[in-house]
Write a protein that binds this ligand. Structure first.
Ligand SMILES: [Zn+2]
Ligand SMILES: [Zn+2]
Ligand SMILES: [Zn+2]
Length: 274
C-alpha cells in the first residue's frame, strides 16, 4: 500500500498567493520542497483524498492521473480541500471514456457545496454518486475498508479524518484536526487496528494548537496517545503534513525539528510505501 502527497500546504499554500512575508518570499526564492500546494493525497493509484483547487496543477506538473479514478474521499468543505467546480469536468464533452460513475464520500456540507457550486450540476448529475460519510461507519470501496472518524476542526460542519485499510495494512490520514476527539480514540481502541502509517496535522509547526489544528508538540502528544494504546509502534511510519507559513518553519527547519521526534516531513510528491 502506498500514499502519495500531492499537496502539503495549508489553506493559503506556501508561498501564500498574495503573501509578502519573509517566509513566503524565501520559499519563492529557494523553491524545491519549500513550495507547498494545497491538500491532496492518493492511496495507491486509485483512491483520491480531497479535491483541492490545485488538482489541475497536480495533474499537469506532478503527473497525478485522474483519468481512471472513480473514488474520492473528502475530509471537509474548506476551500483548500474541496473545489466543487472541477466536478463539472467529469461529463461529456470534457471527459471521454469514463464508463464508471465517480463516487464521492463526504459530509453534509460537502454535499451542499456540490449542489451550490458545480456549474450546470444537473448536466453532470448522472456522472457521480454522492455517499454520506458518517463517523464510525465503515464503507467498503474497491478492496479498501474506509472508516470516517471525527476530527476536531471547524465546528460548523462534521469534519472527518479517515482510517483506510487494505488487506493487513492501515493508514490514518488526519488533516485538518486538533487533538483527536475521545470518540475517535475510543473507536480506534475498540477496532484494535495496527496503524502502519499515520499522517498527522502540523499546520502551526512551531506553535502549540490542538484545538483546530496541530503544531509539532501536539502531533507528539497525539502520537503518544496512539502508542500508549498499542495502535502504533516503532514499525509505524509517522508523518507530519499540512504546513502554514504562520508556523514559521521552511522545509529544512521543519525536517530538523521533526527529526528530533522521529517524524517524517511531507513535501509535494512524496510517496511512502508500507
Ligand atoms: Zn486545510
Ligand atoms: Zn507568507
Ligand atoms: Zn480546514
Amino acid at each position: 500500500m502506498k500514499l502519495t502527497y500531492y499537496g502539503t500546504g495549508a489553506g493559503e499554500g506556501w508561498p501564500g498567493l498574495f503573501c509578502n512575508c519573509e517566509l513566503c518570499n524565501e520559499a519563492r526564492k529557494l523553491k524545491g520542497k519549500n513550495i507547498r500546494t494545497r491538500s491532496q493525497a492518493m492511496v495507491n493509484d486509485d483512491l483520491l483524498i480531497d479535491l483541492t483547487p490545485d488538482t489541475n496543477m497536480h495533474s499537469l506538473v506532478y503527473g497525478m492521473d485522474l483519468s481512471k479514478i472513480n473514488h474520492l474521499l473528502v475530509t471537509h468543505s474548506h476551500s483548500d480541500h474541496f473545489n466543487p467546480p472541477d466536478l463539472e469536468l467529469l461529463r461529456d464533452p470534457f471527459a471521454h471514456n469514463r464508463p464508471e460513475v465517480f463516487h464521492i464520500y463526504g459530509n453534509r456540507r460537502v454535499k451542499e457545496r456540490i449542489w451550490d457550486d458545480v456549474p450546470d450540476v444537473m448536466k453532470v448529475a448522472d456522472r457521480f454518486t454522492f455517499h454520506d460519510a458518517k463517523p464510525f461507519q465503515p464503507v467498503v470501496m474497491k478492496d479498501y475498508v474506509v472508516v470516517p472518524l471525527k476530527a476536531l476542526h471547524d465546528k460548523r460542519e462534521e469534519c472527518l479524518i479517515y482510517l483506510i485499510t487494505q488487506g493487513n495494512k492501515s493508514i490514518l490520514y488526519a488533516h485538518d484536526t486538533g487533538a483527536f476527539p475521545d470518540e475517535t480514540i475510543e473507536y480506534l481502541k475498540s477496532s484494535k487496528v495496527h496503524l502502519d502509517l499515520v499522517s498527522l496535522d502540523c499546520t502551526t509547526q512551531s506553535s502549540e494548537d490542538g484545538k483546530n489544528h496541530m503544531g509539532l508538540v501536539d502531533a507528539v502528544k497525539e502520537r503518544k496517545r496512539l502508542t500508549d494504546l498499542g495502535l502504533g509502534d516503532d514499525t509505524t511510519v509517522w508523518v507530519v503534513n499540512h504546513f502554514s507559513h504562520n508556523g514559521l518553519w521552511l522545509h529544512d527547519k521543519m525536517v530538523e525539528e521533526a527529526d528530533k521526534y522521529g517524524f517524517l516531513v511531507s513535501y509535494d510528491t512524496m510517496t511512502i510505501e508500507i
